[in-house]
Design a protein around this ligand. Structure first.
Ligand SMILES: Nc1ncnc2c1ncn2[C@@H]1O[C@H](COP(=O)(O)OP(=O)(O)O)[C@@H](O)[C@H]1O
Ligand SMILES: [Mg+2]
Length: 225
């Protein structure tokens, strides 16, 4: 993503002249307080929002004036956890996760196996037949995370994925993300949780009121991969 700006029609400038480059295989935190532009940035990266100016290239796809087809093509290649992507309320837990694979035409047996494995990863194997509405907010969030994981994408974009999870579950999900990262998955994770960042030595891209902050590296961590 290069020199991107985003001004909403309300004249709020959510991002001004942001330059960000994420290399394949990196784990990057987008860090900043509420309102700093984290969600706007991620929404541009998965094509939910067009940049007002600048150039955006994700997985080789230019998103500066994205067509519907391009956005669709792009989203198939990424796992997304975002408040923009709601769970399907009329489907149960397993069906919500399976849906991510059905749309890309995976064979049913493969879908069943992969969904079972992902349910175990997020500790929801016992809830697979339950309606989404019967889950707590934290459990619903785990379904949303599972839905992003099940696709085994090479890129995961996650917007405050642990915001409502308890410490134990946050630790588990970070473990899953770290394992994926070690296997080569690129992870871009937006968070306002300074403690989470401190515990995980990955590159930090700080956002302050839509601008790049100063501190680049994570204290005690690696500045660059
Ligand atoms: N759809 C929108 N329309 C108008 N303004 C928006 C919209 N989304 C976000 N904003 C504004 O852009 C700024 C950045 O918001 P956001 O990207 O959601 O930050 P964060 O995710 O870091 O909390 C805020 O001032 C917010 O009010
Ligand atoms: Mg946000």
């Amino acid at each position: 993503m290069f020199s991107v700006s985003k001004t909403y029609p309300s004249q709020i400038t959510a991002l001004s002249d942001i330059y960000i480059e994420v290399t394949a295989g990196e784990f990057v935190f987008i860090a900043g307080p509420s309102g700093s532009g984290k969600s706007s940035l991620l929404r541009i990266l998965f094509g939910a929002e067009k940049p007002s100016s600048g150039e955006v290239i994700v997985n080789g796809i230019r998103l500066t004036h994205p067509s519907f087809k391009k956005v669709y093509q792009l989203r198939r290649t990424m796992g997304i956890v975002s408040p923009d992507f709601k769970l399907l309320r009329d489907r149960n837990v397993r069906e919500n996760i399976a849906f991510a694979l059905e749309v890309t035409g995976h064979p049913p047996k493969k879908i069943r196996e992969k969904v079972s494995e992902t349910l175990r990863q997020v500790g929801l194997q016992e809830r697979e037949k339950d309606s989404i509405l019967s889950l707590s907010a934290g459990e619903q969030q785990r379904v949303a995370i599972a839905r992003a994981l099940v696709k085994e994408s090479s890129l995961i974009l996650a917007d405050e994925p642990m915001g409502i999870l308890d410490d134990e579950m946050t630790g588990k999900v970070m473990e899953i993300f770290s394992e994926l990262h070690q296997k080569g998955t690129t992870i871009v994770l937006a968070t306002q949780d300074g403690h989470l960042i401190q515990r995980h030595p990955h590159r930090v891209i700080p956002l302050m009121a839509g601008k790049r902050g100063n501190a680049e590296s994570n204290e005690g961590g690696r500045a660059e991969e």
